[in-house]
Design a protein around this ligand. Structure first.
Ligand SMILES: *[C@@H]1O[C@H](CO)[C@@H](O)[C@H](O)[C@H]1NC(C)=O
Ligand SMILES: *[C@@H]1O[C@H](CO)[C@@H](O)[C@H](O)[C@H]1NC(C)=O
Ligand SMILES: *[C@@H]1O[C@H](CO)[C@@H](O)[C@H](O)[C@H]1NC(C)=O
Ligand SMILES: *[C@@H]1O[C@H](CO)[C@@H](O)[C@H](O)[C@H]1NC(C)=O
Ligand SMILES: [Ca+2]
Length: 339
């Protein structure tokens, strides 16, 4: 009884402080209801890529009668903190998909709920974003517009965690086929359980690309297949770059690599290593005895484990199966690094 009371008090304290800080910055925590006026869904096909259609469950016919590309997969893209439908990863991924062929792409836009400097409320809002996205997916499946096998959800940063949360809201007999997490966000997600973040249980296959584990991204592998590019830290070319901070450059490489993988001839091939620390200690290499897996668009859903690879400092980033420079990543590391 005492502990229940304590939990209640703590819960209210947290709620209260959220409200306080929200008011302080004018941050918005949305009502947990769907459809939600601040969560929008835009459908793009090759033909309508510059002129997307809004899918709005307040008007179910807008979803039922939208002009889908028949018999093609459905990719659902979820942006992160401060993003929108035209910001990373959408800006990387949509053109690359349509260069490859015909796809249906739904870009989720919850910009109003993820504005700077409201990271804390953005994290809270992702539950409703996931709920409303799940509602749309359920509607699409119930109305036989797509079957669940043809749906692939891709989220970047906070959007990767949001993609994982969709599992908590889908009708109970449903499980997504594939979720790809592009450098899943770390702040406020280190100590939450699997129910609060992207993990293996959220889809039949979860693949994750890590590019900024020391700052914005999460170090722990939580997918079926986890790819650490350049060890998951400093991406080549990011330290020199001036337009954005090195960290946002590292972070933003995850969608850039994925986008390139969609049309790459040689591909991004990683080699397996049992643990990130073994890699950092130099105990793993890409020799012929090590198993390899391709990262990104072509990742086989049977791949399991942790993989490492190097990339070039500018596009095209992919190095194919050439792992001869696998030690290069350690050059950027020093003994004082905060492992
Ligand atoms: C949507 O955003 C606007 C502008 O920030 C806000 O006034 C409104 O209350 C929000 N509505 C919901 C349902 O979040
Ligand atoms: C999800 O959205 C539905 C529809 O608005 C709502 O009834 C339900 O309470 C929401 N669930 C949560 C946990 O917020
Ligand atoms: C995926 O991997 C399985 C098992 O290794 C293999 O049988 C299958 O051919 C692969 N699929 C593709 C598309 O490469
Ligand atoms: C493989 O990478 C190394 C180091 O970057 C480079 O010297 C070599 O030319 C590459 N080999 C091929 C076949 O591309
Ligand atoms: Ca989860």
């Amino acid at each position: 009884m005492k502990s229940v009371l304590l939990a209640l008090i703590i819960n209210n304290l947290i709620k209260y402080s959220i409200t306080q800080s929200s008011n302080l910055f004018g941050c918005l925590i949305t009502q947990p209801e769907c459809p939600n006026s601040n969560i929008s869904f835009y459908l793009y096909t090759r033909e309508t890529q510059d002129n997307p259609m809004r899918l709005d469950l307040n008007e179910p016919t807008s979803v039922k009668n939208a002009k889908y590309a028949q018999h093609q997969p459905l990719i659902i893209i979820i942006h992160g903190y401060t993003g929108d439908k035209d910001y990373s990863p959408n800006s990387h991924l949509r053109p690359a998909y349509f260069q490859r062929g015909e796809f249906n792409i739904i870009s989720v836009d919850y910009n109003e709920l993820a504005k700077y400097p409201c990271y804390f409320s953005a994290v809270t809002n992702t539950r409703t974003v996931a709920n409303c996205t799940a509602q749309l997916i359920d509607f699409i499946i119930d109305n036989e517009i797509f079957n669940i096998e043809s749906i692939h959800v891709i989220g970047f940063s906070l959007g990767a965690q949001t993609a994982g949360l969709i599992a908590n809201y889908l009708k109970s007999d449903r499980k997504l086929k594939r979720i790809t997490g592009l450098d899943p966000a770390k702040p406020l997600f280190i100590r939450v359980g699997n129910e609060g973040r992207l993990d293996q249980s959220d889809a039949e296959f979860v693949d994750i690309i890590h590019t900024d584990v020391f700052d914005r991204g999460l170090l722990v592998p939580t997918g079926h297949a986890d790819f650490f590019v350049n060890g998951g830290f400093n991406q080549p070319g990011c330290l020199q770059q001036t337009e954005m901070s090195a960290s946002s450059c590292n972070h933003d490489r995850a969608p850039a690599y994925y986008a390139e993988s969609i049309n790459s001839d040689i591909g991004f091939w990683g080699y397996q290593c049992a643990h990130w620390y073994f890699y950092v200690l130099g105990l793993c290499n890409g020799d012929e005895y090590t198993s390899k897996a391709e990262m990104g668009f072509n990742t086989n859903n049977t791949v399991r484990g942790i993989y490492f690879l190097q990339v070039n400092s500018e596009p095209p980033y992919a190095q194919g199966k050439n792992h001869s420079n696998h030690d290069a990543s350690l050059d950027g590391t020093n003994e004082n690094s905060d492992f």
